[in-house]
Design a protein around this ligand. Structure first.
Ligand code: TXA
Ligand code: MG
Length: 330
């Protein structure tokens, strides 16, 4: 399959009530033959390729415009499959039992079968079992772990619906599976369990830190500068729409003077009337809608986005704060 020529990207909508296996089997064949398929997970849409095929994985980096030292997550459909890819210790086993399938990614020492390009040249590899049925069916039918970053162009907000994938990836990948809107809306929590005495929180996300700490009966540590190097994804500005994002703390002044051309999002009504206000019922909905709202306000021509800072910091809010902060970075 040529990478430089524009591809015809196939689009298949799957009804989760009665999923049609034919397009899913076709997607699995594409993966097996070294192609790229975007598919839904419970967190965000992923851009998948056969994790054990270095040429296929190379195409992921090319399609996304992603630096090749930023390693990928290997998606599995069983813990046995994970154990064939990484060396699993007791702490990791406990976490798999409690949180898989679900939005928790575990970084562990890689077995030699994981190609260097998939792990970005590191000695470790990241594994996760997604909760979404389509994702797991695809891995199971393809009979190989699927390497998948979020299915956006590098630096853009992660896609939480198939149309957002289409905007970023049409003509660059072989197929998009439309499984509707995602449930969580921000990416999985990534923790490094390779040393079970010092478990590191590399990226907050869909699984709350407190729940993980309860299972391990210890506090998660934050990576120092040395280990931050080992999680290259946290080095880059991320998740950003093309227009500026400004943060509003509820107790302080509103940050933008020309409110009429600004789009706002948050749990509370804005103190000044903005061009558009997207109000969410709770933090779960804020997280679920965050990236789609970034893309929507950008598309509708607003000059900037004002995002309310989440007052809470536990559960989903740690990941939500992280994504808002990174989108607002200069
Ligand atoms: O929810 C998710 O995790 C989504 C869906 C598609 O599963 N995937 C996702 O992938 O967010 P991506 O590539 O956008 O982010 C993966 C993160 C990056 O920050 C990367 O640096 C980190 O995981 N990572 C992967 N392998 C690693 C490793 N061996 N050591 C440290 N960090 C690693
Ligand atoms: Mg990403």
């Amino acid at each position: 399959m040529a990478t430089k020529n524009k591809l015809i990207t196939k689009f298949a909508a799957i009804d989760l009530e009665s999923p049609d296996p034919i397009p899913l089997n076709k997607a699995a064949r594409i993966i097996r033959s070294g192609g790229l398929v975007a598919f839904p997970t419970e967190t965000v849409y992923g851009l998948g390729a056969d994790a054990l095929n270095p040429d296929a994985v190379k195409r992921i980096y090319e399609a996304k415009g992603r630096p090749s030292d930023n390693p990928l997550i290997l998606h599995v459909d069983s813990t046995v499959q994970a154990e064939n890819l990484v060396y699993v210790n007791d702490a990791a086993k406990q976490l798999m039992r409690r949180f898989w399938p679900g939005p928790l990614t575990l970084v562990l020492p890689a077995r030699p079968c994981v190609p260097e390009i998939t792990r970005g040249g590191l000695e470790t590899a990241a594994v996760r079992m997604p909760r979404n049925f389509i994702a797991r069916y695809l891995i199971w039918t393809a009979e190989t772990p699927i390497a998948a970053p979020s299915a956006n162009l590098s630096g853009r907000p992660s896609p939480t619906d198939a149309v957002s994938v289409y905007y970023d990836m049409n003509g660059k990948i072989d197929m998009i599976i439309d499984g509707g809107r995602v449930n969580v809306g921000i990416e999985s929590t990534v923790i490094d369990v390779s040393n079970p005495e010092h478990v590191l929180l590399l990226r907050p996300g869909g699984t709350g830190r407190e729940e993980i700490e309860e299972v391990l009966n210890m506090r998660l540590e934050l990576p120092d500068a040395q280990s931050a190097k080992r999680s290259p994804g946290t080095r880059y500005r991320h998740y950003a729409p093309a227009i500026p994002v400004k943060i509003w703390h509820r107790e302080s002044e509103f940050p933008e003077s020309d409110y009429s051309s600004a789009g706002y999002m948050g749990l509370h009504e804005p103190p000044n009337e903005t061009g558009k206000a997207l109000i969410f019922a709770d933090y779960e909905e804020y997280a679920r809608e965050l990236f789609a709202s970034f893309r929507r306000l950008e598309r509708e021509g607003y000059t900037c986005i004002i995002a309310e800072w989440p007052e809470e910091e536990s559960g989903i809010c740690e990941g939500l704060r992280d994504r808002i902060l990174r989108a607002a970075m200069d």
